[in-house]
Design a protein around this ligand. Sequence first.
Ligand SMILES: Nc1ncnc2c1ncn2[C@@H]1O[C@H](COP(=O)(O)OP(=O)(O)O)[C@@H](O)[C@H]1O
Ligand SMILES: [Mg+2]
Length: 261
Amino acid sequence: MTDTRKPILVVDGLARAFGGVHAVEDASFSVERGSVTALIGPNGAGKTTTFNLIAGAIRPDSGTVVFDGRHLEGRPAHEVARAGMMRTFQLPRTMAAMTVLENMMLGSVDHPGESLGGTLLSRRRTKQHEKMLSERAASLLSTVGLAEKAAEYGGVLSGGQHKLLEIARLLMAEPTMVLLDEPLAGVNPSLGEKIMDLVHRVRDERGTTFLFIEHDMNTVMTRADAIVVMARGQVIATGSPSAVQQDPAVIEAYLGGSTHE
Ligand SMILES: Nc1ncnc2c1ncn2[C@@H]1O[C@H](COP(=O)(O)OP(=O)(O)O)[C@@H](O)[C@H]1O
Ligand SMILES: [Mg+2]
């Protein structure tokens, strides 16, 4: 039974060093279920490493990650995905020689239980299942505004369309929570608005929780329900956009404490 009052994600004392570099050092924060939460901080603060640790791309040296009531620290990425947590990468990955619809169908392989589909389902049920998946794909493509591109090759999409496709593709697996690493990087402002509209629509319609890394303060302040601020591998503040904006530690990290940005 899911307790909707409890945070969906609780990260506690997370740490990971690379050689002598303490990329993440004792990071603790939580994310409310159904929220759109931003993870911000100067370059090199440890944001992407935190995502990699949560998503199972790398293992923590210490600390815990509890997602939906389950300990996931140190678990491999496919297990994290199966638990309902999906992530995008800083650079979208689209198969250029497959159609947009086929790219979408690839997204369903991480769906909980579906790896057994081919062996356990009868041919007729497999067909029905494929039909259901292609309908889901078509519906998600129209949600992100790519319905007209369904039959075109992935390779013809613009940079921004790749990003929309990547988000739509991971939604094929019906994740409970999505990690987006700089979804607006290199995107023009109007497409950035579209991506954030999409995030909010999916949250409103499906209750999906989003944690996104973003640099643009205007976007973060207007589009996030809550903000987690990292600096030098640690979480230095969490709270509402207005509270975080006035936090002296945050101002110091951005203006004084960092040589970046
Ligand atoms: N695989 C790695 N090997 C060595 N150093 C790394 C590695 N990944 C990240 N780092 C270092 O860890 C620190 C945090 O990096 P990162 O998590 O990418 O920060 P952010 O995403 O906040 O910009 C940086 O100093 C970075 O150079
Ligand atoms: Mg990063």
